[in-house]
Design a binder for this molecule. Structure first.
Ligand code: ISE
Length: 337
């Protein structure tokens, strides 16, 4: 640790929190994990083992009172975000908040109100796909209009399995939440409406889930986005997009691991989890957030983006019951321009 390192408090030491602790300790420059905020003692202890010198706290308030951190990375489940965001904003600390900002638009709005009491935005939301090199390349291609206008995005979002805690609504609020951020970011237009269709159910999925689902997202500029949201594919983790232009097609997210020829077969390595599929994107996201903190700025999706996604999630959850659900986005506060 050097004297100028940003002292990060990681809140939540589950799968993503633990992954961020290792990332910051081993791969991020200019930062150190100085505090772990985690009520589960075993998890906290294991996270501290990977972050030499870090102190464990069970509440964010205690870490703040002890002056144990300069910045906060929130990796708890979304329903606990607001209770960490509000004190962290009050302390005027840089914040990287894993998606979703909060689970619903009313609480997200409260967070926006609290943030607007400060001189500038402090919250960056963890939509890591924006930091994936292929997504960035596709966005540049769309903006260049080299292949004409974008007309459609055809997306596949596939998980091998999901944990027992995963509910039907989480198809939208935990998984599709990423497409609600990244599709408008790629296409340069907000979401106008959402519709959900049900193909034949995967009989191998847990009984509580009616999936896969096919989601149709219409953007304000007329681009139509379809997403196969499929969380029981067993074979691997895939997030792929095909962009259909007026005079060309572009594809990203295809398997890109080792190619093997053996026993009369050709195969390509693929991922089993978002932790490896997006590892480089997570690294880039955290590094850019750390670097931006030094300039008193953020460098990625802000809380207003998080709010718009919260509106889309609400509409998406209601579209699970059938019909097309329109979204009404209020005017963007000047603070976020
Ligand atoms: C998980 O929480 C993520 O954020 C992953 O990116 C997504 O693919 C998965 O479906 C979610 O459960």
């Amino acid at each position: 640790m050097t004297q100028n390192d940003l002292r990060i408090g990681v809140v939540g030491a589950g799968l993503m929190g633990a992954d961020h602790v290792t990332r910051i300790t081993e791969r991020i420059s200019g930062a150190v994990v100085s505090a772990i905020v985690e009520p589960d003692a075993a998890r906290a202890e294991s996270a501290v083992d990977h972050a030499p010198g870090a102190r464990a706290f069970s509440r964010i308030e205690d870490a703040l009172d002890a002056n144990a951190l300069d910045a906060v990375l929130i990796a708890t489940p979304g329903r606990f975000h607001e209770q960490v965001l509000l004190p962290a904003l009050e302390a005027e600390l840089p914040i990287l908040c894993e998606k979703p900002l909060t689970p619903d638009s009313t609480s997200a709005w409260r967070v926006l109100e609290a943030e607007q009491r400060l001189a500038r935005p402090h919250i960056q939301v963890g939509f890591m796909r924006r930091f994936d090199a292929e997504y960035a390349e596709l966005r540049a291609l769309i903006a260049s209009a080299e292949l004409g206008e974008l007309v459609m995005l055809r997306c596949a979002h596939r998980n091998p399995t999901v944990p027992d805690t995963y509910t039907q609504q989480m198809l939208i609020s935990d998984s599709l939440v990423h497409e609600f951020d990244v599709a408008p970011w790629l296409a340069g237009s907000d979401i106008a409406s959402i519709e959900v269709k049900y193909p034949r159910r995967n009989s191998l999925s847990p009984e509580r889930l009616r999936e896969p689902i096919l989601v149709l997202i219409e953007l304000e500029n007329g681009v139509l986005v379809d997403v196969e949201m499929n969380v029981g594919v067993q074979f691997g983790y895939q997030v792929a997009t095909e962009a259909v232009f007026e005079k060309g097609i572009a594809r990203i997210g295809q398997p890109s691991g080792m190619q093997t020829w053996r026993d009369g077969r050709f195969s390509v390595g693929d991922h089993m989890s978002f932790v490896t599929r997006f590892a480089r994107a997570y690294d880039a996201q955290v590094q850019r957030w750390v670097d931006a903190a030094g300039r008193l700025a953020i460098d990625g999706p802000n809380a207003w983006d998080g709010y718009k996604v919260a509106l889309a999630c609400e509409a998406g959850v209601s579209a699970l019951d059938g019909g097309l659900v329109a979204i009404d986005i209020p005017p963007r506060p000047a603070f976020y321009r």
